[in-house]
Design a protein around this ligand. Structure first.
Ligand code: PLP
Length: 379
């Protein structure tokens, strides 16, 4: 059976349609060639560009204040595409030490296979300045670190990077553009795992890269298209759907996080609580200047350590033991046995966590229900 796709002219659907097609039909080959030539033209093949994906890219570029964006199949697709597009053998990269585990793996691989040198620094401006070499090309930061919730002083660090001619790249996944827009603070490129806050419903894997400069956009687009990291239209559609409630979700998540962080701080079973909105947080002043709110990620130490943390995770009912973050449901995990399981005791100490540390991504549930759940699981 042969089914023809309809032409719709003169009407506009209210919601974004899913263009679930691999290819697009043309009436002349010149237009087809034009559509394949760059990131801004018409549509020929969905690995190069797709109207649903483009709508998502334009929305996120707008939110981040960039000139253009590229949506990718995952956050790691976004990160690896930017690094592969920007770096050559023999280049040197400076990155912060508390970094998403997948990014550390990619950097290790780039270093072993392609001779790209990598230096780690704590986040302190003087350490960054001292690490710059003649072959340094790129500075890579995260707005809020995992699971310490340390907040980078992006304007200060980006200024040092820019003065040295480095490309400044920021993974803004933990903050989302609701809390921080790194391009306004001097970054050239900002990227996300849209699996997390942008999608917001724990139902897709996706990534997006936003650019301050057209040249970087074109270069990364070529990388994504050639190496096949492009977003699927259906995942792009779900992400775009999620994006419409980002500000509402994020406001509720931050408000819930405040209630839980404050009450945990007063609970006798809890040692340190890390949330940038607490005045006890080492980067509270930076967070007040840089962030619109203080985020949905809270980490805390159960004073009795490993066994007590395991017991807590078995006893929660409303919060769920799972990796990932940024969705509508509250998730908890123990970094020492999951996201940071490769680290030994001294590595954990250097990462600022203990075996009793719990990382919590706060959802949009009723705050009192969440507190009742945590208090019961701790008791
Ligand atoms: C999850 C995450 C990634 C990786 O994203 P995927 O969508 O899982 O590929 C990168 N950076 C941060 C900060 C993340 O939380």
């Amino acid at each position: 059976m042969h089914v023809r796709a309809p032409h719709l002219e003169g009407v506009r659907p209210l919601s974004l349609p899913i263009f679930q097609t691999s290819s697009f039909a043309f009436t002349d080959s010149e237009s087809l060639a034009d559509a394949l030539a760059g990131p801004d033209g018409s549509y020929a093949y969905s690995r190069y560009g797709n109207p649903t994906t483009r709508a998502l890219e334009e929305a996120v570029a707008d939110l981040e204040g960039g000139v253009a964006a590229v949506a990718t199949a995952s956050g790691m697709g976004a990160i690896s595409s930017v690094l592969l597009a920007r770096l050559r053998s023999g280049d040197h990269v400076i990155v912060q030490s508390a970094l998403y585990g997948g990014t550390v793996s990619v950097l290790r691989d780039l270093s072993e296979r392609f001779g790209i040198e990598v230096s780690y620094f704590s986040g302190a401006a003087d350490e960054l300045a001292a690490a710059i070499r003649p072959n340094t090309k790129l500075l890579y930061l995260e707005t809020i670190a995992n699971p310490t919730t340390r907040v980078n002083d992006l304007p200060a660090l980006a200024a040092i990077g820019r003065d040295a001619g480095l490309t400044v790249v920021v993974d803004n996944t933990f903050a989302s553009p609701m809390l921080c827009r790194p391009l306004e603070h001097g970054a050239h490129i900002v990227l996300h795992s849209s699996t997390k806050f942008l999608g917001g419903h724990s139902d897709i894997i996706g990534g997006v890269v936003v650019f301050a400069e057209e040249e970087h956009h074109r270069e990364t687009w070529h990388q994504v298209v050639d190496y096949g990291a492009s977003a699927d239209p259906f995942a792009a559609w779900l992400t775009a759907r999620g994006l419409q409630t980002l500000s509402l979700r994020q406001a509720k998540q931050c408000a819930n996080a405040r209630v839980l962080a404050e009450r945990l701080s007063e609970h006798p079973a809890i040692g340190a609580v890390r949330w940038p909105g607490l005045t006890s947080h080492p980067d509270h002043e930076t967070a007040v200047k840089l962030l619109g709110d203080f985020g949905a990620l809270v980490s805390f130490d159960i004073a009795e350590g490993h066994e007590a943390a395991v017991r807590f995770l078995e006893r929660v009912r409303l919060a769920t033991l799972a990796v990932s973050l940024g969705g509508v449901e509250t998730l908890v995990l123990q970094p020492s046995s999951s996201t940071h399981r490769q680290l030994d005791a001294s590595g954990l100490a250097a990462a600022g966590i203990t075996e009793g540390t719990i990382r919590m991504s706060v959802g949009i549930e009723h705050a009192e229900d969440l507190w009742a759940d945590l208090a019961h699981a701790l008791g």
